[in-house]
Design a protein around this ligand. Structure first.
Ligand SMILES: Cc1cc2nc3c(=O)[nH]c(=O)nc-3n(C[C@H](O)[C@H](O)[C@H](O)COP(=O)(O)O)c2cc1C
Length: 384
């Protein structure tokens, strides 16, 4: 959140935040949602069996609105079945669960990288009981098997898994991304997708404008924005109770929430200052993009979406390794009515036409680092 602008609101509502008062340090300290962040600290160390060890990393995968739609049924210490939790879909902004499926692809890639780091080859059989059509169902997304392999070379991308973040801060407009860096990023994507990017020129500016307009229109679409607002977790108690969704945490935002400036009602009300700040933030995000990277697939089947997710995770880890920040900007790729105009524009800009589909689009740049986002503990994601 934009601190400067929020201070303006706080000022205009007559509330004084004593940011410099004694005791603020202690307050800051107590606002950290410790248990919601434990999965990041405990990854790889809580379990000795290869399956749960790899899964403890997989749950840290990026996924839309941090819904964490994964459920894993363990069969043995090296075999499991992944399904999608159908209560965790995003029906308004992701009506065909394309993005949810991409998130499951990110999960599978991180699972495979973690397993390889632990000397296991992963055999991932997608949709063993049939591929879902327009809507996801309760049939398995994948059957997972781990096979010990002493010849296996661990994938070096894995070492960046715990540092990867979705960084929504404004990016530093004084620091460009080089063409070489972009090539390094794109190079990690496999041949089952086509990855592209831009770091300068007219196309960069066009994408900044387009992502800004699409984001603004999503916020101005009451139904779509309501879905996001309902998933906002404001302050430590809410984040700890539901370590998913969109977390608005930290001492500063929590103080605003305590004084009544920041709450779901205000955030959803177009006449409120909080709503206006939300719109301004969107400009700060989109217009400070110093590059974009995208991942396209030739079709839009479920396997394409999984492939897009697997490759997005690889790209995100490479971005992390270069000390760069990244944030998906998905609005223009979404299928609901208000996005149609952007959907068409982005596809004519970034694809060769036909059935080719832009599955992921993310902005790049240098930014202040941020804390990891909350996660449900692995134990809560294990089914039968
Ligand atoms: C398919 C997909 C779409 C996403 N779209 C957006 C987006 O439009 N805006 C955004 O800020 N983050 C987006 N994200 C990032 C998620 O919100 C993020 O991964 C999640 O909140 C967990 O945070 P983390 O990536 O820092 O672990 C997307 C992630 C995925 C996998």
């Amino acid at each position: 959140m934009n601190r400067r602008k929020f201070l303006k609101i706080v000022g205009s509502s007559g509330v004084i935040v004593a940011a410099s008062s004694a005791g603020i340090g202690a307050f800051v300290f107590t606002r950290t949602p410790k248990s919601a962040l434990l999965p990041w600290e405990q990854a790889g160390s809580q379990y000795s069996d290869p399956m749960r060890k790899a899964l403890s990393y997989a749950i840290l995968a990026p996924n839309p609105h941090n819904r964490q739609p994964w459920v894993v049924d363990l069969i043995s210490s090296n075999e499991a079945v992944l399904t999608c939790d159908l209560q965790r879909l995003l029906p308004d902004t992701d009506p065909f669960s394309r993005q949810i499926t991409i998130g499951l692809g990110c999960f599978l890639e991180l699972f495979a990288l973690a397993a390889s780091h632990n000397g296991h080859r992963s055999q991932i059989t997608l949709f063993p009981k049939g591929e879902p059509g327009e809507q996801l169902n309760d049939k398995p997304i994948a059957h997972l098997k781990l096979i010990k392999d002493s010849q296996l070379k661990p994938d070096p991308l894995f070492v960046h898994a715990l540092n990867r973040r979705t960084n929504r801060n404004p990016y530093d407009m004084g620091r460009s991304i080089t063409q070489n860096q972009l090539s390094e990023i794109i190079r990690v994507a496999g041949s089952n997708v086509s990855a592209g990017g831009v770091v300068q020129g007219k196309q960069l500016q066009d994408l900044r404008d387009l992502t800004r307009d699409a984001l603004r229109d999503e916020i101005l679409d009451p139904q779509a924005f309501r879905e996001s607002v309902d998933l906002m977790r404001i302050g430590r108690a809410e984040i700890e109770a539901n370590p998913d969704g969109i977390s608005l945490g930290g001492a500063f935002l929590e103080t605003l929430s305590l004084v009544g400036v920041l709450n779901r009602k205000e955030l959803a009300d177009p006449s409120s200052s909080a709503f206006q700040v939300g719109l301004d933030m969107v400009d700060d995000q989109a217009l400070t993009s110093m590059g974009f990277v995208w991942i396209n697939t030739q079709g839009n089947g479920r396997r394409d979406q999984i492939a897009a997710g697997r490759n997005y995770l690889r790209v995100a880890l490479r971005v992390t390794s270069l000390g760069l920040a990244m944030q998906p900007m998905s609005q223009a790729l979404q299928e609901y009515a208000a996005m149609q105009i952007y959907y068409k524009k982005i596809h004519s800009m970034l694809t060769g036409g036909g059935e080719e589909r832009v599955q992921m689009l993310a902005r790049l740049g240098y930014a202040e680092t941020i804390s990891p986002s909350p996660r449900w503990a692995l134990i809560t994601r294990i089914g039968a």
